[in-house]
Design a binder for this molecule. Structure first.
Ligand SMILES: NC(=O)C1=CN([C@@H]2O[C@H](COP(=O)(O)OP(=O)(O)OC[C@H]3O[C@@H](n4cnc5c(N)ncnc54)[C@H](O)[C@@H]3O)[C@@H](O)[C@H]2O)C=CC1
Ligand SMILES: C[N+](C)(C)CC(=O)CC(=O)[O-]
Length: 501
């Protein structure tokens, strides 16, 4: 299992700093924050609420125990003992220099210092620094707790090692680090975004389109394509069978046509600013910013889930993050020391909003998912880990009986209590009880598992440590009262009609 960053410091906890804080905390890292804003705790708390909600919907693995959040009156207090420091103060170079000076005065010499800057180059950020080589750009995207990209920029080849260390740390939090080859104002993504932004300002200024119409042109059209194939792959397809070469031959000359004002920025007068703000209010003013954040988050999660299902782009980053969360959960289960004379609590889950069916209840396959994950947690607990499976040995479920006992709704915090109902050389019989936060039993499941030689494709006796761990659990587990429904089939209701049941 890869190691979680133990302590991070976040200097600045606004829109972006708040997102960083959430990403680190929800990954189990302790986060020390300095932000002089009088409402910093409230604002960060609200961002965290949205981030927790999003994370529970994003990945089905049991949540990693959150890190500890602490607030500090000065930068020195926040950076003390931090392995990784992220600066997210307003985009002013003089302010960033002051902040770096305060960080350097108190931070450990090994600590990495990333800056969220959208536009400044590392060489500018480093002016006056005592250890300039460890200051680099780590430019994230809003919301930082959901969007995986982070652009990493150094000042030259000598910074490779620092960027590699940062990439390793940030990849472990589920990010997709993109190392930029050479420093440049506004890195890669903001240069692209600024081009679209400048054209959009012209369209509003010249009364060609409103903010709503421009957003529709993006979200009903090319914006849908960008999340999955970007620009060049999309245009390759647009070249037809002849591909990119044909595309360039056809549309290359258009770049000389008067389609674009990209080199020319409209002056941001009071009038233009007020016009944009009024149109934006008309477009979205019915929602609070926090509501808009939740709408955005739910849509992003849906897109990420679709990409994960297709094994594509940012979906691959999500899959890796989820696998890591499951591996951490299984490792926790393997090291857990629950009372062997009581049902074993080895798995937890939260019901995501997209887990519901048309009745507003948790949909059927999610029950099997939660019970399946609880079985995996149990198997991890008795020592069936990746190393065991690598020997060509595993466990297959050969029979399942689920009872649905309550109307499990969105947001329910589920705990699964597992009882070992029996085992022999090749089989394990398990009972799971799924309870919600109030202790109400939502569902139960009984499974028969078969130990198999996966290469030969047939059942075979279990090896150590499984059989030894099962034997150790047996005295306590067999003393528990067996559930009265254990071993019962679904009740006969009489068939053909009229025949006694
Ligand atoms: N907002 C965005 O969409 C993005 C912003 N960024 C970059 O992130 C950085 C921060 O931007 P935002 O979060 O949008 O700004 P913001 O204005 O929302 O937050 C800045 C925070 O820094 C705090 N602050 C001010 N002086 C401070 C100091 N001396 N020490 C500690 N905290 C201090 C403020 O109280 C505020 O909470 C900027 O460099 C920006 O370019 C990067 C990606 C996206
Ligand atoms: C507008 N912005 C330049 C601050 C945007 C970014 O830096 C990245 C983002 O999240 O769009």
């Amino acid at each position: 299992m890869t190691r979680t960053l133990s302590r991070a410091a976040c200097i600045g906890g606004g829109v972006i700093g708040g997102g960083w804080i959430a990403r680190f905390l929800l990954d189990g890292t302790d986060v020390a924050v300095h932000d002089p804003h009088p409402d910093a705790r409230r604002i960060i708390g609200e961002v965290l609420d949205n981030a927790r909600r999003a994370r529970a919907r994003l990945i089905s693995a049991p949540p990693v125990p959150e890190g500890r959040l602490s607030f500090h009156d000065d930068i020195a207090g926040a950076v003390e003992g931090a392995e990784y420091i992220q600066e997210s103060v307003p985009e002013r170079l003089d302010l960033k220099h002051k902040v770096f000076a305060a960080i350097e005065a108190a931070a450990s010499p090994e600590a990495l210092i990333g800056s969220s800057t959208s536009g400044f180059k590392p060489s500018e950020l480093r002016e006056g620094a005592t250890h300039p080589e460890r200051i680099f750009v780590a430019h994230p995207f809003n919301p930082v707790y959901l969007v995986p990209l982070v652009e990493l920029v150094g000042s030259g080849p000598q910074d490779e090692a620092v960027l590699d260390r940062a990439a390793d740390i940030l990849a472990r939090t589920g990010m997709h680090p993109l190392k930029i080859r050479r420093e440049i104002d506004a890195h890669i993504a903001d240069r692209l975004l600024e081009a679209v932004w400048r054209e959009s300002l012209w369209l509003v200024k010249d009364d060609i389109a409103t903010t709503q119409e421009i957003d529709d042109a993006i979200r009903f059209g090319f914006g849908l394509r960008w999340a999955q194939m970007g620009l060049f792959e999309t245009y390759r397809i647009a070249g037809g069978e002849a591909g990119m070469k044909h595309f360039i031959d056809q549309f290359g000359p258009a770049l000389k046509w008067p389609w674009t004002k990209l080199m020319d920025v409209p002056e941001m007068t009071e009038e233009l600013s007020a016009k944009i703000a009024a149109q934006s209010d008309a477009q979205s003013g019915q929602h609070t910013i926090r509501e808009l954040e939740r709408i955005r988050d739910d849509n992003l999660i849906g897109i990420l889930h679709a990409l994960r299902a297709n094994g594509w782009g940012a979906g691959e980053t999500l899959r890796a993050m989820e696998e890591r969360a499951f591996a951490q959960a299984h490792a926790r289960a393997a090291h857990a020391a629950p009372d062997p004379a009581a049902p074993l609590e080895l798995h937890r889950a939260k019901v995501g909003g997209d887990w519901l069916d048309y009745n507003g209840h948790m949909t059927e396959f999610r029950y099997l998912q939660v019970f399946g994950d609880a079985t995996d947690a149990f198997l991890g607990h008795i020592g069936m880990d990746a190393g065991y499976r690598a020997q060509g040995l595993s466990v297959y479920t050969v029979e399942t009986h689920i009872r649905h006992l309550a109307e499990t709704g969105a947001g329910a915090d589920l705990t699964v209590r597992t009882t070992l109902l029996g085992f022999d050389a090749k089989r394990i019989r398990l009972h799971h009880e799924m309870i919600d936060g109030s202790g109400t039993v939502q569902a139960t499941a009984e499974h028969m598992l078969m130990h198999v030689d996966t290469t030969a494709g047939r059942a075979c006796p279990m090896g150590a440590p499984l059989i030894d761990r099962l034997a150790a659990l047996a005295p306590g587990q067999s003393a528990l009262p067996a559930p009265d429904h254990a071993g019962r089939p679904i009740r006969d209701i009489g068939w053909p009609l009229g025949e006694p049941a």
